[in-house]
Design a protein around this ligand. Structure first.
Ligand SMILES: *Cc1c(COP(=O)(O)O)cnc(C)c1O
Length: 387
């Protein structure tokens, strides 16, 4: 029997449907007690002081930048190898993206590439991204940028489960932004969160996720609540609903087990693909104390687009993370060709990255099919170049 192997099937914890029905029956449909409970539970999972749940990671990034109160048009460092949503967040917050190149092994900026970008344009802030689940060295990169930690936003969309020196990503961050999008390690469908060590910053983000209305304005419809509010800073409409939050509360129970499953699947891929020539495996990044979240299993292959098409034809779903932002039309127009030509490693490596199926519940049989299809694509390629 051959069925397709999709790129991702989001795992669902038993009990989610009942929890959703319970929230619907309570008639509290938007931000409320479930959201507050989810924030506490996600903060406990991370070991973070404060978590503010929001609509998406993209809005978490924009809210974090807005809550920093930077002057309009500030230069903000960002890897170009990232999701377009992160670049949009910089632009919607009224700032200017400055592209940082990556280190070829880790696929994230290094102190050298950050320092080079910061020497070109003095940054007001920086977004860092845990590409594929690799926990970036935030203090080292912050220092290389010459920034205070209160000017660094971590795009931790790939981060839940990752840790450095025993400290989970987001546990001690000034602003770590998480995604609960359907394909992410902690799927709700849609949703995001900001984790922060700073109470005042948390309060600003909390107000700004709901138009900038004063803190806890969601309580105005509770018994004894007041209709009075003030708007001190212009915010977004980017709150999380209790329906999302109750899904999150159930999903988070499964997250530690899912992370272990991801590690087992990765070990299996590593072993099975080790002998396939032409495939560069993801770096183990086996520095002491680094725990990878394994959000993605990204291999590198020449002729990536054609290899991806062949896997597709064999019923194997793949994806690419990411098309570098400096290659996308809108950003080329906004930041200019010069700025877009400053990330050569990203351009070269970005062409070769291919993400294979990786999700809890992926069976060994399905993994074997992925490996066989990739090996076949590489074999025909090797024969063609020989003849
Ligand atoms: C998915 C993703 C985002 C956006 O997350 P949303 O919750 O969909 O807004 C941002 N950055 C990275 C690196 C991502 O992978």
């Amino acid at each position: 029997m051959t069925s397709n192997v999709p790129f991702c099937v989001p795992p669902l914890t038993g009990g989610v449907p009942d929890a959703v029905v319970k929230v619907l029956d309570s008639r509290w449909l938007t931000t409320g007690p479930e959201t507050a409970a989810f924030e506490q539970e996600f903060a406990d999972y991370l070991g973070a002081a404060h978590v503010v749940a929001v609509a998406s990671c993209t809005s978490a990034l924009e809210l974090s930048l807005r809550a920093m109160g930077l002057p309009a048009g500030s230069p903000v460092l960002t890897p170009s190898l990232t999701f377009c949503g992160a670049i949009n967040a910089i632009l919607h917050a009224g700032h200017r993206p400055v592209f940082v190149d990556i280190d070829e092994e880790t696929l994230v900026p290094s102190p050298e590439t950050v320092a080079a970008a910061a020497a070109r344009v003095k940054p007001a802030a920086m977004i860092l991204q845990n590409q594929g689940g690799y926990p970036v060295d935030v203090p080292a990169l912050t220092e290389a940028a010459g920034l205070d930690r209160s000017r660094v936003v971590e795009d931790a969309a790939h981060g839940p489960g990752a840790a450095r020196g025993g400290a989970p990503v987001g546990s001690s961050s000034y602003a770590a932004c998480f995604s609960f999008y359907a394909t992410k390690n902690m799927p709700i469908g849609e949703g995001g969160a900001v984790a922060t060590s700073d109470e005042e910053f948390a309060d600003r983000v909390r107000a700004m996720r709901l138009h900038g209305m004063s803190k806890d304005s969601w309580k105005r419809y509770l018994p004894g609540g007041s209709w009075r509010y003030d708007v001190k800073a212009v915010g977004l409409k980017a709150n999380m609903t209790d329906v999302q939050a109750t899904i999150g509360r159930a999903q988070i129970q499964s997250l530690p087990g899912w992370q272990e499953e991801r590690e087992q699947i990765v070990a299996r891929y590593d072993e099975a693909l080790a002998g396939v020539s032409g495939v560069v495996l993801p770096q183990r990044n086996s520095l002491d104390g680094v725990r990878h979240a394994w959000h993605l299993y990204q291999v590198r292959v020449k002729d990536r687009d054609a290899v991806g098409d062949e896997l597709q034809a064999a019923g194997i779903g793949t994806s690419v993370h990411f098309i570098p932002a400096n290659q996308l039309t809108a950003y080329k127009e906004i930041v200019g060709a010069d700025e877009c030509a400053r990330v050569p490693v990203t351009d070269r490596v970005g062409e070769e990255l291919l993400s294979l199926p990786l999700y809890p519940g992926l069976t060994a049989d399905d993994q074997d099919r992925v490996v066989a299809a990739l090996a076949e694509a590489m074999r025909t390629r090797a024969m063609r170049t020989r003849s």
